[in-house]
Design a protein around this ligand. Sequence first.
Ligand SMILES: [Zn+2]
Length: 345
Amino acid sequence: MDATKHIPEPKTLQEAIVYFADPDRAFEFAKKLRWPDGKVICPRCDAGKNSFIKTRKLWFCYACKRQFTIKVKTIMEDSPISLDKWMTAFWLLANAKNGISSHELGRALGVTQTTAWFMLQRVREVMKKRSFDTSKIGGEGSELEADETFVGGKVRNMHRSRRLRFAREEGFAGAATGKTIVQGILDRNLRKVRATVVPNVTRETLQNQILKNVKYGSTVYTDNAVAYDHGMQRRFVHDVVNKTEAYVKGRVHVNGMENFWSLLKRSLRGTYVAVEPFHLSRYVDEQVFRYNHRKDGDRKLNDADRFAAAMSQVLGRRLTYSDLTGKSDSPHHAPTGARETQVPF
Ligand SMILES: [Zn+2]
C-alpha cells in the first residue's frame, strides 16, 4: 500500500501532526526511512527472507525464526508509545527553534509529562553525534572560533544540600557553584558547531577539546588568551580577541560562537526553564543538531530534511530509564530527575 499517495510529505508542523496521526502512514514513512530500497532486512541476523504480518505490522524472519517490528534495534525499541507519536516528537524537536518542553509535548501527544520527558531525552540521544563520525573539523586555510559559556543558576538560588548533591554526582567543578561549563568550536566555512560540557576551564581541558576536534593548520580565534596559549601556536595559528576593545577587528572575533550560545540560552531559559547539570549535555546536543542542520553546503534545509536527518540516526541507539536517572525503576515510580523546572536560571 502506498500510504503517501494521498497527502504530500509534511513540510510544516501542522502538516506533520496530521500526517503522522494516521498510523499506517507513519508506519510506511518510517519503513521507507529505515529501508530506503524497500528490501526489509532482519535487524537481528541481517537475513532478507521474511514475511510481513500486516495486521500486527511486524515481520517474521525465516532465518532466525523470530519476529521483529520496525522499532527493533532503534531508540524506540521497548517503548509502548506508538510510532506516530514518536515521529511527531522527532519532528517537533528537530525543528522547534527554541526546543519543546516535556509539558508541551505531553499535551500535544496526550501522554504524561514524565513520558514526554523520557521521549525527548531519547530523541536528544539520537541527535547526538556518534563517536565514529566525529572526524576533525577545520584544516589548512579554515577559520574557527573557540569559546566557553557558563550555564546555570547562582549559588544563592540553590539549596545547600542540592548544591552538594550536584558536586557529588556530577563531579563538575562548576557544579559547586551551580554553573555548568560548555565549550564550543565553530567552523566558519562549514558553519558547523561542536559543543561539549566540560568539567572546568583549565588550559588542559580546553586545549584537549581543540586537539580532539580541530585539524592541524587551522586558524583558531578565541577571547581566552590564558587558556589557549603555550604549545597551541605550534599546531594552530591562534588569534586572540581582546574583548575589552569596543569593536571587533576584522576576522578575529568569536561572534559566531556567541550567536550559538544565545540560541542555546534562549531555549534553556524560555522553554526548559531549568535543566539539571547532569542532563545539560543532551540539551546542548539538541541545539547543536538544529544549528548544524540549517544548511547542507549551500542548500538550505527545511523541516522535512531535519526530521529525516534525525530519524535516519535512530538505529543502534539505546537509552534506558536507569541511564537517565541512575534508577532502575520504571518512569511511573520514579519521577525524580524527570523535571525540567527546578532551579530557574
Ligand atoms: Zn533474523
